[in-house]
Design a protein around this ligand. Structure first.
Ligand SMILES: Nc1nc2c(ncn2[C@@H]2O[C@H](COP(=O)(O)OP(=O)(O)OP(=O)(O)O)[C@@H](O)[C@H]2O)c(=O)[nH]1
Length: 316
């Protein structure tokens, strides 16, 4: 009975794979770049229809390269989320983030370059300098057009940008609008080569569950802590064990200075409790099981400007 069932499942899987590898199937890498806070992670989450990349209203939320994979019967799109290319902060972690962003777009099939409507900064210019060194089609996405009173208001800005750079395609959008996302997906598809799957059809990311969980915790820290503090901390998962339908997770939050520890914990532990509750809910949604989450705050002085400490914390 059990062997028959497995045989049936295998047959179905072969049928699905044959369907996927049919000759007009397309797949490829899509590099998503832009300065911090333009909406790269938000756009990728909308394009793949689930949350993998963390977002916040703060610049430099994304620190690592993440592949977010969307597979259908007709295509496999591998979106490469990158840290925002930025200037004016020269700690080891900032060089790491800029390096990750530049390297991530070296080997893609198409680039989605995000800028924000009405804003052109020195950091956008820096991204432009990187992009012009690479011979890949570029779709320049003018994001956040929902902020405009009418869509026509985008025209003078488009004109201004076009004087600086002529991309392969120019696409004004709001990452929050489903229709814009659908049209962008079709546009991206035009630039992908006809080839078979790059990753197995059931992969949604190249990162481990543990990595994504640490990112979800860092997202809540980014959203709740004020001023520069979120930039001075990092998250490391110490325990990640599944016990039937319960995931036991213990995580350290490393801060840079002893004085920051109390701020993260908050008065009578209120802040840490809030961060823990919100992180647990997000992680439960992602893992689709109950989570027991324990957070501990520790001081690791100077971690963000020490190459060895960075490597030991996974920034390598
Ligand atoms: N109004 C509006 N806000 C948006 C849109 N897309 C993203 N945002 C907001 O912009 C902020 C930054 O979004 P992220 O997706 O974290 O930006 P990012 O480019 O990945 O940022 P970094 O991690 O700094 O590189 C968040 O508060 C988003 O909710 C949009 O189309 N319209």
């Amino acid at each position: 009975m059990c062997t028959n069932f497995i045989k049936k499942i295998k047959k179905i899987m072969i049928k699905i794979n044959n369907k996927i590898t049919k000759s007009n199937f397309k797949s490829g890498f899509i590099g998503v770049v832009g300065r911090p806070n333009v909406g790269k992670s938000t756009l990728i989450n909308e394009l793949i229809g689930r949350k993998l990349s963390i977002t916040s209203h703060r610049p430099q939320t994304t620190r690592h390269r993440i592949h977010a994979i969307d597979t259908t019967d007709n295509y496999q799109m591998v979106f490469v989320d990158t840290p925002g290319i930025h200037m004016g902060n020269y700690k080891a972690i900032n060089s790491y983030m800029n390096r990750v962003a530049s390297l991530a777009i070296m080997d893609v099939d198409v680039i989605l370059w995000l800028i924000e409507v009405g804003k052109w900064t020195k950091e956008d210019l820096r991204v432009l300098e990187h992009i012009t060194q690479i011979d890949v089609p570029v779709i320049l996405c003018i994001n956040k057009i929902d902020k405009l009173k009418s869509p026509q208001e985008v025209l003078p800005f488009l004109n201004k940008i076009f004087q600086k750079y002529q991309p392969t395609d120019l696409f004004p959008l709001s990452a929050f609008k489903k229709n814009d996302i659908c049209v962008l997906r079709e546009l991206v598809l035009q630039y992908l080569p006809k080839q078979t799957l790059i990753f197995d059809a059931d992969y949604i990311t190249d990162r481990s569950e543990k990595f994504i969980v640490a990112e979800f915790i860092r997202e809540k820290l980014m959203r709740h802590l004020k001023d520069e503090l979120p930039y001075d901390l990092t998250v490391e998962i110490e325990q990640f064990e599944q016990d039937r339908n319960l995931q036991r997770i213990a995580s350290h939050i490393f801060v840079d200075k002893a004085s920051q520890k109390n701020i993260v914990i908050g008065n009578k532990g209120v802040m840490l409790k809030l961060i823990g509750t919100e992180a647990r809910k997000s992680i439960e949604g992602f893992l689709d099981r109950k989570v027991f989450l324990k957070l501990r705050v520790k001081v690791k002085q100077g971690w963000s400007d020490d190459k060895r400490a960075l490597a030991s914390l996974g920034y390598d």
